[in-house]
Design a binder for this molecule. Structure first.
Ligand code: UDP
Length: 258
């Protein structure tokens, strides 16, 4: 196969030029990082699981009318997505206090928030993705007021959709992060959901046991990270029982010709 042109390598994904203009290939690596890259590991099979879980969620969002960059999954680790200009803002929606909101505001982990809270973080690794206000976002032209309104409305719809999806399989959606991109078509521009939505970017707690089923297992050295991701995939029905990425034994079989 001809070598593809790499556009960008991030912490957990690589982007390659796509086969047609306006498309790119998103490759899911097994790398896990936390604490602004200070902690790093390779978790065998994580990329395969996140590719599948994110595909499943993006397709679900399309079904409820939320446009995403996802076009189709190409193979175990790659998906074809629309090329967008990433808005340099991470939108976080929280239902239950955990992580930075607990530390910053002194709210005990696990406290149900009075309502879902949206936060914005400026995407800049050198600065450690600082929390920013709408004033910062508009003053520095990272997004305009209309885009902020759109991102907030879509983030809340995603929260409703994901909360329902996960509660149906016995999982509490504590919080998640979503990114948006601008897609240009002629004179038109629209904001669409980009990046990935997976246990790398959500906090997921088992409803019965309270077990952590997301990247906090890695952040907190709880072990069995990919096992937890695999369980999320299994409950969502994304993996067939025989599929077992990241473990010896049966190899992942695709229904997609890969
Ligand atoms: N998150 C993410 N990428 C980031 C920062 C946060 O996907 O760069 C997700 C994180 O997994 C969690 C939510 O956003 O589901 C809220 O994260 P928080 O602000 O508590 O920060 P963290 O503890 O992840 O540093």
């Amino acid at each position: 196969m001809a070598r593809r042109k790499q556009i960008y390598e991030g912490k957990a994904k690589i982007l390659f030029e796509g086969p047609e203009p306006g498309t790119i290939i998103q490759y899911f690596k097994d790398d896990a990082t936390a604490f602004n890259n200070k902690k790093h590991a390779v978790l065998e099979g994580k990329g395969v699981l996140n590719n599948r879980i994110s595909e499943y969620i993006m397709l679900g969002l399309e079904r409820i009318g939320v446009t995403t960059h996802f076009i189709r999954r190409l193979n175990m680790r790659e998906q074809l997505v629309r090329h967008v200009e990433i808005v340099p803002i991470e939108v976080v929606v929280r239902n239950i206090a955990a992580g930075t909101i607990s530390k910053r505001l002194g709210i005990e982990d696990g406290t149900v928030l009075p309502r879902s809270i949206i936060e914005f973080y400026y995407k800049d690794d050198k600065l450690g993705d600082p929390l920013v206000s709408e004033e910062h976002i508009t003053a520095f032209n990272w997004a305009n007021p209309q885009e902020i309104d759109d991102m907030m409305a879509v983030a809340l719809r995603i929260n409703d959709f994901l909360s329902g999806l996960f509660s149906g399989v016995g999982i509490k959606l504590v919080d998640f992060k979503v990114e948006f991109g601008r897609q240009y078509e002629g004179d038109m521009m629209r904001l669409i959901v980009a990046d990935e939505i997976s246990p790398d970017s959500c906090r997921l707690w088992d409803m019965e046991s309270g077990d952590i089923m997301d990247k906090d297992r890695f952040r907190k050295d709880l072990g069995d990270v990919t096992d937890a991701y695999r369980e999320v995939a299994r409950r969502l029905g994304v993996l067939r029982e025989s599929e077992n990425p990241g473990q010896s034994g049966p190899v992942l079989v695709s229904d997609n010709g890969d």
